[in-house]
Design a protein around this ligand. Structure first.
Ligand code: MLC
Ligand code: AMP
Length: 504
């Protein structure tokens, strides 16, 4: 029996070499991690989890949480990570849609989650940030030898929810083949080896921190400093012991604010990587001037893993996302006709390759609508490929805000605001923000005589939307600008409020 992704991880695992460093002291070796993953997989088997069952996980970042992901791969379960910021209202939707057999949550959340899970018959177990919890209690009683479930390249490894421009979130189905092929490509493209020590400060419920950072580390037999969250000071302190950092642009903006960031601090670092949101050319330039390092920017999506990367050797050009990765085809088409455009012309970015997901969970029509007849995934990003082959992302064809690397779909936020008593309608936009790249901003029209203020709106959203989706500013207006078709002209609003978060 073979297990497509986990077999490769097992083969790459260098025995008693370190896998995870915590607080710069406690070390999880590869053997430790493999043993615990076996015990957890055995515990899940005892609970009745079978290949193909979904295991939804909303827990704080910890070594045990990453090892739970490995256990899911081994048991053939489909790993479904959820942002810790999601409210119970948001969780309710994911549970109803994915119908997980097992939910793993923090002890403090257990009561609330059990109420939601009950109608679906899902089992609820716990795992806390310090590695304790009922799932680990069960695992301790189990043997570490587990016969891995047979999984082929086409079998599902994970479902990651990604919001949609219309309607509710969609579950992107990622196969063992998608994850393994992309991780091997990135490992080789970025020259990651067992000598590498990665500073891992990203959340582990998204593609960047889970698949790019973790799978690449595993497949190189490298190790990582696992930080519970990003803290610029802590990251600078760790740099002398590390060789790599992966981050969203906000990491680099915040690192530049540290007076301790200089050439000496980065002396042992081999590679700084940025992605998930556009890295401003000025951040790239400033970072290079301060440290001597050209940040390597790459471009990816939940649905496709990584698509392009600036080169390891060769010119890393600020404001571009580099070349299509080996095995990945990227083309630019005219949105109206689908005709492939020549170099330098801007259009829709489309992607094909072993990295591209299998489709949206239980949404065949939505899946079909996102692919061209010849099998390219329509990214929703607007861009061009220049004469030298570098891909540039120049805008978005989708109404999406990216704040600190998290995606926020305005339609979802507008839907919640519009339900609030005293609101006629709203428009949610992203405008330049010095820390988060874009700041979620709501323009709200009140009913005549309504006394509702900014505070009341924020408080009404509290239990409905994750904190990062909530507007940083709410502006009241008499009406919203519309075109002749009656569509809100968000470009006008974005211009009008472009300086809202400008530094004084
Ligand atoms: C936290 N807050 C955010 C936010 N993160 N608000 C907007 N956008 C965000 N990204 C909220 C907090 O809840 C808090 O609310 C307030 O803003 C300030 O918090 P903070 O302490 O400054 O934030 P911090 O915890 O430091 O988090 C910021 C961050 C984090 C940038 C470090 O958001 C982060 O790690 N982002 C990475 C996201 C990521 O991994 N994306 C990859 C997606 S995969 P309050 O209550 O204080 O008002 C993908 C594919 C690909 O896109 O290509 O990789
Ligand atoms: P997600 O759905 O969270 O995976 O976000 C994917 C989106 O993030 C892409 O469609 C892009 O819009 C954006 N993105 C990712 N990497 C980059 C990058 N390097 N530059 C610009 N946008 C990016």
């Amino acid at each position: 029996m073979s297990n497509h992704l986990f077999d490769a991880i097992r083969v790459a695992a260098p025995g008693d070499a370190p896998f995870i460093w915590i607080d710069n002291k406690r070390t999880w070796t590869y053997n430790d991690a493999l043993a615990l993953s076996g015990r957890i997989a055995s515990a899940m088997d005892t609970l009745g989890i079978r290949p193909g069952d979904r295991v939804a996980v909303q827990v704080e970042k910890s070594a045990e949480a990453l090892i739970l992901y490995l256990a899911c791969l081994r048991s053939g379960a489909v790993y479904l990570p959820l942002n810790t910021a999601y409210t119970l209202a948001e969780l309710d939707y994911f549970i109803g849609d994915a119908e997980p057999r097992l939910l793993v949550v923090a002890t403090a959340a257990r009561g609330g989650v059990e109420k939601i899970a009950k109608p679906y018959g899902a089992i609820v177990e716990t795992l806390d940030g310090n590695g304790s919890g009922s799932l680990l209690d069960l695992a301790r009683e189990e043997p570490m030898d587990f016969v891995d479930a047979s999984r082929s390249a086409d079998d599902l490894a994970a479902i990651l929810y990604t919001s949609g421009t219309t309607g509710r979130s969609k579950g992107a189905m990622l196969t063992h083949g998608n994850l393994l092929s992309n991780a091997l490509t990135l490992r080789d493209y970025w020259r990651v080896t067992s000598d590498d020590r990665l500073i891992h400060a990203l959340p582990i419920f998204h593609t960047h921190g889970l698949f790019v950072a973790t799978n690449v580390t595993l497949l190189a037999g490298a190790s990582m400093f696992l930080l519970s969250k990003f803290d610029a000071d802590e990251v600078v302190s760790l740099m002398p012991q590390a060789t790599m950092l992966m981050g969203v642009p906000t990491f680099y903006v915040r690192l530049l604010q540290s007076a301790r960031l200089d050439r000496e601090a980065v002396a042992s670092i081999r590679l700084f990587i940025s992605g998930s949101a556009p890295l401003l050319a000025e951040t790239h330039t400033e970072f290079q001037a301060r440290t001597g390092h050209a940040i390597l920017e790459r471009y990816g999506m939940t649905e496709t893993n990584m698509n392009t990367s600036n080169p390891y050797e060769g010119k890393r050009i600020a404001g571009t996302v580099g070349f299509p990765l080996p095995g990945v085809t990227v083309r630019v088409t005219e949105p109206a006709t689908g005709l492939v455009l020549p170099a330098e012309e801007t259009g829709m970015i489309e992607i094909k390759g072993p990295n591209v997901f299998k489709g949206y969970w239980r949404m065949p029509e939505k899946t079909a609508a996102e692919f061209t007849a010849d099998g390219f995934f329509i990214s929703g990003d607007l861009g061009k490929i220049d004469r030298d082959g570098y891909v540039h992302i120049v805008g978005r064809g989708k109404d999406l805000v990216i704040s600190g690397g998290y995606n926020i779909y305005p339609k979802e936020v507008e839907g919640e605001i519009d339900q609030i008593e005293g609101v006629v309608e709203s428009a949610v936009i992203g405008v330049p923000h010095p820390d988060f790249g874009e700041g979620v901003t709501a323009i709200v029209v009140r009913k005549p005589g309504a006394v509702i203020d900014e505070k009341a709106i924020v408080s009404a959203l509290q239990d409905r939307l994750a904190r990062y989706k909530q507007p940083k500013r709410i502006i009241f207006a008499e009406d919203l600008p519309r075109n002749t078709m009656g569509k809100v002209q968000k470009n006008i609003l974005r211009q009008q409020y472009a300086d809202l978060y400008a530094r004084p």
